[in-house]
Design a protein around this ligand. Sequence first.
Ligand code: FCB
Length: 323
Amino acid sequence: MLHAETAKEQLNPLLPGYSFNLYLVAGITPIIENGPLDFFIDRPNGMNGYIINMTVQGRGKVFDGGDTFFCNPGDLLLFPPEAAHYYGRAPEQGDWYHRWVYFRPRAYWSPWLKWRNQVNKVGRLSLQDRGLIAEFDALFQQIDATQKAGRTTSEELAINLLERLLIRCYEETPENFAKPLDPRIHETCQFLSRNLAAEIELEEIARHVCLSPSRLAHLFREQVGVSIVRWREDQRIILAKHLLASTRTPVSGIADLVGYPDQLYFSRVFRKRVGLSPSRYRQDSTGGPHICPDPLQAASLPAGEAQDHGYTLQNGILTRSPT
Ligand code: FCB
């Protein structure tokens, strides 16, 4: 055994000081209020290997301050080596039981180790369904039992089960299977963004991306989830919000810049989407007279790009360049 080098070495992985000098160590940490394990695990520099854990009972608290989140039964966490560990029983909860596996991954596992949802580098996955929770719980238990079975192949078999667990986590993350955007839909979005203020007809966009208008409308809704008109409206309102918050351009000018020559209509659409009138939104977001000195930057439009989009900036006021 690599880790049994000194007599003083901590042999209980549940207590601070255990070396984790192995490829795989698994266990369950039963934290009960005022019990011997009722302390916060605090490893600011992370560990040499990864840890995956799953709450099976009670409630855990992870991190402090603004980053705090809680884990309930069926919640899994993945700590990569560089991630800080700071977790313990949630204060108002009598206990927190979590199963965990510490491991050094095999090189080809990397796709399974990039979790989509992360807080401070800690991957999060919540299983919603009882059947799934039972399946994952059983896998954790098998890994633990296999690792401790004392066979020559115990570690290999436990690693094999762990690989299954990681692949199942990948499978249970729906975003991993989101189809990439069709290039013609991507180009439609780019085309619309480049011509945000113009009233381009569906037929023209369809010609541009070599689709029939009805096929384009259908594919766009299928892939983006909203109609082309609605998507463009959303983009216009996003840009209008930026410009209201970061320039002195009058509301009528902004309406015109983002494609609504009729200011009343613009205000109506804006109020419907944002819940406030444009001028009220400007007041709230600038908190008074302060206006960002570089409105293009604040509007996420670099000066060059703004010109490409046909805008000119003069004295804090954006206008559309004459064509
Ligand atoms: C135990 C913790 C457990 C995990 C292992 C590596 O002490 O209770 O969550 O971090 O160490």
